[in-house]
Design a protein around this ligand. Structure first.
Ligand SMILES: [Zn+2]
Length: 211
């Protein structure tokens, strides 16, 4: 997609992220890959007040162009693109249910087959690292490995997708799984889980699934 079209897409997706309750205020950030780097939402500017021109172009070396400063979490986005060369979009949010589990330092285990949407048999949680730091980015890249989503200890969640259109749906799915898991824990602190074989079969089917 051309850069101008991506600016429009990014702003629309950022507003949708807040409208659907996935994020509050200016806490989260979203980016999309473009020809010469990535476009990311600006630092500390409410999405309702943003225009397409407020989206910031960041290059791989961390230099940026535009009238605004990039989100303080731009390193997370850069490093996920570097480690997942096919990915084209990244979303980070302080979504309430994922953040609940992240503050408890809990992974999301294989309690439901849709956990495989994130690319594995669980959705891991990183250790706490300071916001905006390279340490945080390194920790996420390492914990996430080949997966498409993880929880960030005492912070929130992050996910990335090959198709920009798949970004918000994946984030919504992970948040929904987190909500159901928290609800389950209130009834049974040790809920039953699917087996590694069950999850392997789901992952194989997802790999070839065409809706
Ligand atoms: Zn954050």
């Amino acid at each position: 997609m051309k850069t101008q079209k991506m600016r429009k897409f990014l702003l629309h997706t950022a507003r949708e992220m807040n409208a659907c309750g996935l994020n509050q205020g200016t806490a989260g950030n979203i980016s999309v890959w473009v020809e010469n780097g990535f476009l990311i939402t600006p630092s500390a500017l409410p999405y309702v007040e943003c225009t397409e021109e407020d989206m910031v172009l960041v290059k791989a070396d961390g230099t940026f162009e535009g009238i605004r400063k990039p989100s303080s979490e731009w390193r997370l986005h850069r490093d996920l693109y570097l480690n997942h060369p096919q990915s084209r979009a990244v979303l980070h949010a302080h979504s309430p249910w994922c953040t609940t589990l992240a503050c408890l330092e809990r992974d999301i285990p294989a309690f439901h087959y849709m956990v495989a949407m994130a690319g594995g048999d669980h959705i891991p949680c990183t250790a706490y690292r300071p916001f905006g730091s390279q340490e945080l980015s390194d920790s996420i890249v390492k914990t996430m490995g080949p997966l498409r989503a993880c929880l960030m200890g005492h912070h929130g969640m992050i996910c990335h997708t090959v198709s920009p259109d798949a970004l918000l749906p994946l984030a919504i799915e992970v948040e929904s799984l987190a909500r159901i898991y928290v609800q389950m824990l209130q009834i049974n602190p040790e809920p039953p889980l699917l087996s590694p074989e069950d999850m392997r079969e789901v992952l194989e089917r997802f790999a070839t699934y065409k809706p």
